[in-house]
Structures are given as structure tokens and as C-alpha cells.
Design a protein around this ligand. Structure first.
Ligand SMILES: [Zn+2]
Length: 270
């Protein structure tokens, strides 16, 4: 279907990079067209006002002109500056992480309103001082995986299909979900990869994963996870995501550095 030569679009800025002498390449998330890359001409010139000056993570309204390969911004208005988010380095680190996840998982030219709304809301919640950013990151990972078609199965055994019992079970990244102890003990030859990657999943971690996967943020935000339960689900989700992306995310390392005790102590002593 032919598009108009000029068209309007709402978007969230996921990534910016410099190209040419003065231009910028922007990676956007849009409700109707999924991920989209566009050019901001002259965005790095001090005189550039109208077309180019868009900040990371902001929600913007654009007027775009069809280009030969990539479309070009002719006008940009900021709808949400994410003002409160910008005041805190920790929070910015999480915003980079959420945006990188979306950049890696979102498809181009693929409508995904749910993913757009998830990111838009999450960036707003992240700016709220009452939000626990670590809990939000786990919530975001689980909901993003649902919206991009990689929802981990947490309710029935991936092998036999029976409802998972409230006991210690196993989780297999290769099969995409929970395996019950009986299947891991007796059915390995029927399981993809012979369940070689199956790792134990504690009942507390299973409950936490299910809760985060199925509830809204309004409910989840009040949850307090023990350090052990959080560490277990963080590691599981990190491995699950890295498996599906077949690579590690840059921003995860940045977040780990932020959480080193020395960095935290230095921040507190200021
Ligand atoms: Zn089973």
C-alpha cells in the first residue's frame, strides 16, 4: 500500500546514532508500524530546532517525508519529556535497558500497540520515585516476552501438559517453560534437548514469575520479593532472554555496574 509523501506518526525514541556530517539516525517504536528507523537531517547543528532535536525515551509526534530508503523527519514535537526520569542515573540505566530490549525484540513494519503502551507506561512508572526499578525490570521482561510471542509457560508442564504442582519444579529454556520433576526424572528422551538445560525452579520463584506475568503493574508494584527469589528469577529471565536474542545485552552490564556495592556507597555518600 502506497503511503502519503508526508505523514504523521507518534513514537518513542529507542536509540540515536550519528550519521554523515550532521544527521542522526533514530530508532523509534511506533504503535502502528512497530520499530522504525528514520533520519533527522542536520540534527547535530546548533541551529536545528524543528526537525532534529529529539531526546532518548521521549514520546514524540512527528511529521515525516517519505525518503528513498529511510523516511525523513520534517517536524518533531515532544509529547512527554520524561522529566522526572532524567534526574536519576540509576533510573536512566533502566530506561536504556528497557529500550534496548524493545529494540532487540520488536519487529519492523509490524503493528504492536500493546508493546508501545507497555514501554510508554514503564518509562512513566520508572520516573516515579516510589517505583522499585528492579521489580519493574522483571515485570517489563515478562510482559514484553508475552507481547512479542515468547511468553514462558509457567502453568502446565511443557512435556506432559499437566498443571504444575506447587512444589519445586524445573525450568528449561530450550522447551520454553516449566517441566515437572516426574517428566525430568523419567521422560528425558521425549523432551527437546533431553532437558539437559533444565534447572530447578523454587516454588517461591515460580509464584513470583506467575504473579508478575499475569498481574497489572498497579498490583505488582507493591510486591516485595526476598533477595534470593529475586536473584533466581533475574538469572532465569536473563538466560531466557539471552537465549532468544542469541546474544547478551549491553545495558545489562551497565546495570550490574550500577548495582556494585562500591558504586552504591559512593552515590549515598554524596
Ligand atoms: Zn510433565
Amino acid at each position: 500500500m502506497a503511503r502519503e509523501r508526508l505523514y504523521r506518526l507518534e513514537a518513542i525514541v529507542l536509540k540515536r546514532s550519528d550519521i554523515g556530517e550532521a544527521d542522526r539516525l533514530l530508532t523509534l517504536l511506533t504503535p502502528a508500524r512497530g520499530k522504525l528507523r528514520v533520519i533527522a537531517k542536520g540534527a547535530r547543528k546548533p541551529s536545528s530546532r524543528k526537525s532534529g532535536h529529539v531526546e532518548l525515551f521521549t514520546r514524540i509526534a512527528l511529521l515525516l517525508a517519505q525518503g528513498k530508503q529511510l523516511d525523513i523527519i520534517t517536524q518533531a514535537d515532544t509529547l512527554d519529556t520524561r522529566q522526572t526520569l532524567r534526574a536519576n542515573l540509576d533510573r536512566i540505566g533502566y530506561a536504556y535497558y528497557l529500550a534496548e530490549l524493545v529494540d532487540q525484540f520488536a519487529a519492523e513494519e509490524n503493528e504492536n500497540l500493546a508493546l508501545f503502551e507497555l514501554l510508554d507506561h514503564a518509562l512513566t512508572w520508572l520516573g516515579d520515585a516510589a517505583t522499585n526499578p528492579i521489580l519493574l525490570a522483571r515485570f517489563f521482561e515478562l510482559h514484553l516476552l508475552t507481547h512479542v510471542g515468547y511468553r514462558p509457560q509457567l502453568f502446565v508442564c511443557e512435556n506432559c501438559g499437566k498443571p504444575v504442582e506447587p512444589i519445586e519444579n524445573y525450568f528449561s529454556i530450550t522447551t520454553g517453560g516449566v517441566l515437572d520433576p516426574n517428566c525430568v526424572a523419567t521422560q528425558r528422551e521425549h523432551i527437546e534437548g533431553r532437558a539437559r538445560d533444565a534447572q530447578t525452579l523454587s516454588l517461591n520463584a515460580l509464584k513470583a514469575l506467575r504473579y508478575l506475568q499475569t498481574r497489572s503493574w498497579d498490583t505488582v508494584r507493591a510486591v516485595r520479593l526476598s533477595a534470593a527469589t529475586h536473584a533466581e528469577i533475574e538469572t532465569l529471565l536473563y538466560r531466557y532472554i539471552a537465549h532468544h536474542l542469541e546474544r547478551n545485552l549491553k545495558s545489562v552490564e551497565f546495570l550490574r555496574e550500577l548495582r556494585q556495592p562500591s558504586v552504591m556507597a559512593e552515590r549515598e555518600s554524596r
